[in-house]
Design a protein around this ligand. Structure first.
Ligand code: IPE
Ligand code: IPE
Ligand code: MG
Length: 268
């Protein structure tokens, strides 16, 4: 089949793509294999998609790898996943550096075993100078955890007189999130046919375009990514405005025109 890549408008790429990499366990079980087999194969998809995004020069890619709720899975699966994670990071640092990709991690690092934390910190340091794509791994992450943390720190700063509560705006809140250095995702992809957010970037996805596919994560490849991007490019993002406003690319103050139509100057 012909690649969809050529159809992508490179001027209108999402600046930030976020992916819920779901379906590893079912992918494995459907083949009579252990769930860990699915996670193992999911790593190949991660490589492929990171490469695909870097080739397109996507600015930011966030991958949901492990949620705070995933800690409640059977110990065997959790341990297997942690080991796979550490091993993958160790192996991939070289490729990340070669491709100028900078690694970031968001999530509750205090939950991670010591060896995983050490390995991660090393990888963060080793890629810190890279100026190409930002690869953000959401690890031991959940949005409600992140929001509770942000609120805790805001309250502390207010208590310590470092922050005046009356001056708090949306920008202030943004500064307290673990995603403070990244723009909001414009496209969110979830694989495996589940239609939910599962505690992922609840605040940051406010205006993201959501794309769901039945493809299980271990089967997800660049072509699937291109399809998602093409779908994104076919949508009209209105941000609360009307379609007509978006098409005219209205630059005047919102509402001015409406007032003139309904309240003509002669006083009717
Ligand atoms: C996603 O695949 C990876 C993680 C959550 C770590 P799952 O392990 O959730 O696979 P399914 O959804 O059970 O098939
Ligand atoms: C979401 O997948 C978390 C990750 C992909 C890391 P889950 O498989 O944990 O989500 P639910 O439980 O189906 O909502
Ligand atoms: Mg799942």
């Amino acid at each position: 089949m012909e690649s969809q890549k050529g159809k992508i408008d490179l001027q209108r790429l999402p600046r930030h793509i976020a992916i819920i990499m779901d379906g590893n366990g079912r992918w494995a079980q459907e083949q009579g294999q252990d769930r860990l087999f699915g996670h193992f194969h999911g790593v190949e998809s991660v490589r492929n998609i990171v490469e695909g995004c870097a080739e397109l020069e996507i600015g930011y890619l966030t991958l949901y790898a492990f949620s705070t709720e995933n800690w409640d899975r059977p110990a065997y699966e959790v341990t297997g996943l942690m080991e796979l994670l550490v091993e993958t990071i160790r192996k991939e640092v070289e490729t990340l550096n070669k491709n100028n990709i900078r690694l970031h991690v968001i999530g509750d690092m205090s939950m991670l075993p010591e060896y995983a934390r050490t390995e991660l910190n090393e990888a963060l340091e080793l890629t810190a100078k890279n100026g190409g794509m930002h690869l953000i791994m959401a690890l031991s992450y959940s949005s409600r955890w992140e929001l509770a943390e942000a609120i805790k720190r805001i309250a502390r700063d207010a208590r310590d007189s470092k922050l005046d509560p009356d001056t708090i705006t949306q920008d202030t809140l943004q500064q307290y999130l673990s995603t403070r250095d990244f723009p909001d995702p414009e496209l969110m992809i979830r694989t495996s046919g589940e239609y939910r957010i599962s505690n992922f970037l609840l605040y940051q996805l406010a205006y993201a375009e959501l794309y769901f596919t039945n493809v299980r994560w271990p089967d997800f490849r660049k072509e699937n990514l291109y399809e998602a991007i093409l779908d994104f490019q076919g949508r009209e993002r209105r941000f609360g405005k009307t379609s007509a406003q978006i098409q005219q690319d209205v630059t005047t103050t919102p509402g001015t025109k409406t007032l003139e139509v309904f309240c003509p100057k002669d006083g009717h």
